[in-house]
Design a protein around this ligand. Structure first.
Ligand SMILES: [Zn+2]
Length: 383
């Protein structure tokens, strides 16, 4: 079968979850235009909508020390968002989940940016041996979601911080213009999945890992009334301009690429997924660059065909921290070796589907992300 490439980005028909309309435009480009029409980034309507959200945030937190939380990673988008929050007159608390795999640059970035913005930082740090044990379990399980424990913990830490400091709003640094939307992949993870994989392959008890259980998730939704906002969806956001601004004004440093601020995430994107599962996620940002006219399709395809070069010493770092011999490591990374999926483990998936009507109402009220509702509450199409 001939591979079809989208006319306005670089996604092609060989990528799972990508389909085309009669004009040869892919579903992700169509979804992006829909979001552009709804959120009108940078246009008066978009900016007015954001202003009214900012007023609500200020109003909700007027008797409090903080009126919102900005989740920070030391990366480009969240660092810039924190600065914007200050510019908009908000009083954010910066919240970070430290999985103990941060690069030195990103730890420094978090320090510099919170100092520049003069905001308090709340960091939750997991026991480093426990973090390693969970990562090791995921490698031994042979599933593609190596870094899932970080994403789940970060989401839980944000919700915990909301409860602890009585804050209602969480600002997230996602940009659909710059990062693109992910095609519906076959990957999946939740708190139960982490618990099950760790109980089967882990060697240490889980004590300090802030897992998101079903109970904690529902409790947070119902009793803490947390609302998630993505302010970059309303403004004309340019990652490059944001980066230049950060470097010039705050002492923030660039760490070399999307997802590279943390070593577990860098390992997932630059080693584990490409080598073992032939998954190369660079297409997301490259497609977004072409879509927004910042790069030609030809340039993006050329870049996409270049090999992925992992940071020096990343592999030896992994082996050392996860206590893997060269032989064990090679076996675990072998594309012909054992591969499992989330379907081989216990998850909350069926329960999320059963609770679909409840989550629909919650998504409409912004109490859970719409992306959670669409992905977690419906049976997944698999091929
Ligand atoms: Zn497209």
């Amino acid at each position: 079968m001939e591979v079809q490439i989208c006319k306005t980005c670089i996604f092609d028909s060989s990528v799972k979850g990508v389909s085309f309309n009669s004009e040869g435009i892919c579903n992700l480009c169509e979804q992006t235009s829909q979001l552009t029409n709804i959120y009108k980034p940078g246009k008066p309507e978009g900016l007015n909508a954001l202003n009214s959200i900012i007023s609500q945030i200020k109003d909700s937190g007027k008797d409090n020390k903080y009126d919102c939380i900005v989740g920070v990673s030391g990366g480009n988008d969240s660092s810039y968002l924190l600065c914007k929050a200050i510019e908009w007159g908000l009083r954010p608390l910066a919240v970070h989940y430290d999985n103990t795999w941060n690069t030195a640059i990103s730890t420094e970035n978090i320090r510099k940016i919170t100092q520049y913005c003069n905001v308090d930082l709340y960091t939750y740090v997991i026991d480093n041996k426990e973090a390693d044990d969970i990562f090791r379990s995921f490698l031994l399980a042979g599933v593609p979601e190596f870094d899932a424990s970080t994403d789940i913990a970060f989401a839980q830490v944000l919700r915990d911080a909301c409860a602890k400091f009585k804050i209602k709003y969480v600002l997230e640094g996602h940009s659909f213009q710059e990062e693109g939307l992910s095609p519906q992949s076959n990957n999946y993870f939740d708190g139960k999945y982490i618990e099950d994989i760790h109980s089967k392959y882990g060697r240490k008890p889980m004590k300090t890992y802030p897992n998101m259980t079903f109970y904690k998730f529902i409790k947070s939704i119902l009793f803490h009334n947390v609302i998630f906002i993505r302010p970059l969806w309303y403004i004309n956001y340019s990652k490059k301009e944001a980066r230049d601004w950060l470097i010039e004004n705050t002492g923030w440093q660039y760490y070399g690429g999307h997802h590279l601020e943390n070593r577990s995430c860098a390992f997932l994107h630059t080693v584990y997924n490409p080598v073992k599962f032939s998954i190369d996620m660079r297409n997301l940002t490259l497609a977004a660059l072409v879509r927004s006219g910042k790069m030609t399709q030809k340039e993006a395809l050329e870049l996409y065909s270049t090999p992925i070069v992992p940071q020096e010493d990343l592999v030896s770092y992994i082996k050392k921290r996860l206590e893997l011999s060269d032989e064990e490591y090679t076996q675990l990374l072998d594309p012909k070796g054992v591969k499992r999926s989330w379907k081989d483990f216990k998850t909350y998936k069926k329960r999320f589907e059963l609770w679909r009507p409840f989550f629909k109402i919650m998504a409409d009220k912004n109490k859970v992300p719409m992306s959670f509702y669409l992905k977690y509450c419906f049976p997944m199409k698999t091929n």
